[in-house]
Design a protein around this ligand. Structure first.
Ligand SMILES: [Fe+2]
Ligand SMILES: [Fe+2]
Length: 191
């Protein structure tokens, strides 16, 4: 179950369908960033052994997603390159508190929400894209992102008691919905 506090505005889907080239390029960046975030957590929290293998597996999967999306770009005659990111992830992470374990708890919850929002939007794409191959790609990927959402929440569980974790998931969920609501109307996965 995704813990999102808002549903995607139908206007996002219209924007996305009208500019799938940019959505795919942004999507490739998101997969690369997801892998890098997981690897950074492995480096930063080496004293938390329960994080190591799940984050390593997650990073590998995200790199596989990156490779698949770059493959789709190439099949469309496009090459991977720079693209200004949505302000979404940066603003979402402004909810992260200082000090440990609060910082790690909040970071893991933010990652969980990014996965959840990706999953929600990939589901919309998989249901509406006219191109069956592209629809199938998103159908495939959304299942992984739903799993990653739960992985990040599970990884936060040993750090705090259940009610504290639940309260933080609710608070960051509300923040996520607000950040998304204020994002500029660009063709990005998280705008
Ligand atoms: Fe992914
Ligand atoms: Fe993911």
């Amino acid at each position: 179950m995704l813990r999102l506090r808002s549903q995607t505005d139908p206007a996002w889907l219209e924007r996305a369908l009208a500019d799938m080239d940019t959505i795919l390029l942004d999507h490739a960046h998101c997969e690369k960033k997801a892998a890098s975030t997981a690897i950074n957590l492995i480096f930063k929290y080496q004293d938390h052994p329960w994080l190591m293998l799940p984050l390593s597996a997650l990073a590998r999967e995200e790199l596989e997603h990156f490779e698949r999306v770059v493959g789709v770009l190439r099949a469309r005659g496009l090459e991977f390159g720079r693209l200004s990111p949505s302000p979404y992830a940066g603003q979402l992470h402004q909810a992260v508190r200082r000090g440990e374990p609060e910082r790690l708890v909040d970071t893991l919850i933010c990652c969980a929400f990014i996965e959840a929002r990706s999953c929600e939007r990939m589901k919309l794409l998989s249901e509406t894209l006219p191109d069956p191959e592209l629809a199938a790609l998103y159908g495939d990927l959304l299942a992984s992102e739903a799993r990653h959402h739960q992985t990040y929440l599970d990884l936060a569980a040993p750090l705090v008691d259940r009610p504290t974790l639940e309260a933080r998931v609710r608070a960051i969920g509300a923040h996520e919905a607000a950040v998304l609501g204020e994002a500029p109307p660009l063709a990005r996965l998280h705008c």
